[in-house]
Write a protein that binds this ligand. Sequence first.
Ligand SMILES: [Zn+2]
Length: 256
Amino acid sequence: MTPASARITLADAVLSFQAPEETIQQRVRQIHHTVLTHSRYIRSANYSVIHPEDLELMFKAYDEGFFDGHCQRALDGRKLRFRLSPRMTKAGGTTARFVTAAGETFYEITVASSMLFEGFGQMDRRISVCGLECENRLEALQRIFEHEMVHLVEQLCWQSSNCAAPRFQEIARRLFLHRAHTHKLITRRERAAQSGIRVGSRVTFVFEGRPLTGRVNRLTKRATVLVEDPEGERFSDGRRYRKYYVPIVHLQLAVA
Ligand SMILES: [Zn+2]
């Protein structure tokens, strides 16, 4: 099969894909089972350890289960890399195409690993990804991965991909029963808001054995806390502050 015909076969396969809902759910559950059985890291559906290798395992399982191996063939020797990002705090995943200085093309699928870890605590609210409710972390990971697989397929077949566009949504719906292209994962911002910590909150934390009190200036993976300090940098309110980057879990709301 030539690279061009592999791409055409893949495009035909996704555009003509038809399967009853139960068949799709069955295949998705089979992949869930495959990951749990074959991963060297994921030990349970609410796993606490994951490795980029697991994404590769999922790619193979989805490519076989839904695309008859056509994705691998359409890649035509170009590399597909997998990455877990603890820093992505809004998107559940991304798929990108890169061209190296030497003119070599490769693709990269990234999954926001930390955002998955934020959810699925015992007291947490329900979580949906791509419009489907997820019972556990691995289900949410699968939904994100399916979404990224559609991005990859679109890039391979049509050189561009847009999950806000009808073609993407049509494919995601027929192949994976997705009803939306968004997620309702628990973001750090929400997690922090839940504990009452938000931008502007007065918080305390321990730094090198000393308790410090300051105000939250920014919230991402960590909070940026400004603590008044005569040696610090001058801010627009005329006072001097020193900046501390503190993991949100280490912060406590100051009493007053
Ligand atoms: Zn997308």
